[in-house]
Design a binder for this molecule. Structure first.
Ligand code: ATP
Ligand code: MG
Ligand code: MG
Length: 347
C-alpha cells in the first residue's frame, strides 16, 4: 500500500502530509481533536481518543507504515497497530515523553543536561533547590510544550508560590547560555545518518520565535560534540526518521535541553532553505527511500514564527516578495498560539 499513517493532527502532521503527497503517498491522520489541520490536507481522518484501540486497529489496517508528529502519544495503546511498522519506534516516545527519563537516558550516553532532580511534593522542591541551587526552572515531567507547565524559581521563597499541579515534576538548574541551537538529523533504516545545518534559536516567553542559519559562534564550535550525542541517541533507539535535540551553547560546551522524536519547529526553514526538507526526509526514511541532500540551498536562512495576532497581517507579509509565508489554517488566533511562519533566504 501507499498510505502513511500519522498519529497527531497538528501543523507538523500537516507539513508531513504535504511532503508525502509530493512523493505520491496518501496520508491517514489519527488524532483526538474534532478539527485537524493535518487531516484537512490528507486523504483520511480517524478521529478517536488515544486509548481507543479498536479505532487504532482499524486505522492501522489502512496504513503501510505509521509515524507520529506528537511526542505525547500514549505508548500503551500502540499495541493495536499490530504488525504495521511504527517509525520512529515506540521506545523513542518512551525516552522523550518524560523529562526525567529523557535526561537520564541522554546522560547515560555521555550527554550533559542541566542539573536536575525529580519533585513530587513541596518538600521535594525545597530539597531540590537546596541541592541544585537557584535560580532554576520547575517543569512538569510530561506534556509540556511551548514553555507551558513551567515555573521560574528565582529563590527558595518562590517555591511556596507554585500553584501545585497534581503531576510529577522536575527541577532543573537555570543554565546561563550564550545561545540556543538544535541538532536535527534524519536516520534511515540502514543506519545512514544525515544532519541538517543547525539553527540558532531564539525563544520568547518559552516559545520559539526565530531560527537562523548559519548559527555562527559559539554554536559552530560545539556542533561536533552535539551531533555525536544526537547520533548516539538515534543509534541507541534504533531510530528511523527525523530526530531533534535542543541544546544550550554555554562556556562549558553544549548542555542538552530536551529531545523531540519528530520533525521540529526549528527545522521549518528547511522547506525552502535546504535541498531536501526535514519533512521530505522524514517521509523518505520511514518509507525506506534513499535520503535526500540536507545541504543548504542558500547562504543564509531566517525563519520567524507567527504567533497569535502576528499572522493577521498575512497581506503585509506577502507584500514583500522575499517572504515565504506558511499559514497553518488554525482559524482564530489566540495569544501564544503558533499560527504560521515566514522564511527568508539570502541567496
Ligand atoms: P518546546 O516547545 O521546545 O517543546 P518546552 O515547553 O518543552 O518547549 P523547554 O524546551 O524545556 O520547553 O523550555 C523552553 C525554553 O525555556 C528553552 O528553549 C529555553 O529558552 C528556556 N529554558 C528551559 N529550561 C531552561 C534551563 N534549565 N535553563 C535556562 N533556560 C531554560
Ligand atoms: Mg519540549
Ligand atoms: Mg524545547
Amino acid at each position: 500500500g501507499s498510505t502513511i499513517g500519522i498519529l497527531g493532527g497538528g501543523q507538523l502532521g500537516r507539513m508531513l502530509a504535504v511532503a508525502a503527497a509530493q512523493l505520491g503517498y496518501r496520508c491517514h491522520i489519527f488524532a483526538p481533536e474534532e478539527v485537524s489541520i493535518a487531516a484537512e490536507v490528507s486523504a483520511a481522518f480517524t478521529r478517536a481518543d488515544w486509548d481507543d484501540t479498536a479505532a487504532m486497529a482499524r486505522f492501522a489496517a489502512d496504513c503501510a507504515v505509521i509515524t507520529y508528529e506528537f511526542e505525547n502519544v500514549p505508548v500503551a495503546p500502540l499495541h493495536a497497530l499490530g504488525s504495521v511498522p511504527l517509525h520512529p519506534p515506540a521506545r523513542a516516545l518512551e525516552a522523550a515523553q518524560d523529562r526525567l527519563v529523557e535526561k537520564e537516558f541522554v546522560r547515560s550516553l555521555g550527554g550533559t543536561p542541566a542539573p536536575f532532580q525529580a519533585v513530587d511534593s513541596p518538600a521535594d522542591l525545597h530539597a531540590a533547590i537546596a541541592a541544585i541551587g537557584a535560580p532554576g526552572i520547575l517543569k512538569t515531567r510530561r506534556d509540556g510544550y511551548d514553555g507551558k507547565g513551567q515555573w521560574r524559581i528565582r529563590s527558595a521563597a518562590d517555591a511556596d508560590t507554585v500553584d501545585w499541579p497534581g503531576q510529577p515534576l522536575i527541577y532543573e538548574g537555570f543554565v546561563t547560555f550564550e545561545a540556543e541551537f538544535s541538532v536535527i538529523l534524519c536516520r534511515a533504516a540502514t543506519g545512514e545518518v544525515r544532519f541538517f545545518d543547525s539553527a540558532r534559536n531564539v525563544h520568547e516567553d518559552g516559545i520559539l520565535a526565530l531560527s537562523t542559519v548559519p548559527a555562527g559562534a559559539p554554536i559552530a564550535d560545539q556542533l561536533a560534540q552535539a551531533r555525536d550525542l544526537a547520533a548516539a541517541v538515534a543509534q541507541a533507539l534504533d531510530y528511523v526518521g527525523v530526530l531533534t535535540l535542543e541544546f544550550f551553547a554555554t562556556a562549558d560546551g553544549p548542555v542538552f535541553n530536551e529531545m523531540a522524536p519528530r520533525v521540529h519547529n526549528s527545522g521549518h526553514w528547511t522547506i525552502e532553505g535546504s535541498i531536501t526538507s526535514q519533512f521530505e526526509n522524514h517521509i523518505r526514511a520511514i518509507c525506506g527511500l534513499p535520503l535526500g541532500d540536507t545541504r543548504l540551498a542558500a547562504s543564509a536562512v531566517e525563519m520567524r514564527n507567527l504567533i497569535g495576532d502576528e499572522a493577521l497581517d498575512w497581506a503585509g507579509l506577502l507584500a514583500d516578495p522575499a517572504n515565504h509565508l506558511h499559514l497553518y489554517g488554525k482559524g482564530e488566533p489566540s495569544p501564544g498560539r503558533k499560527m504560521g511562519h515566514v522564511t527568508r533566504l539570502t541567496l
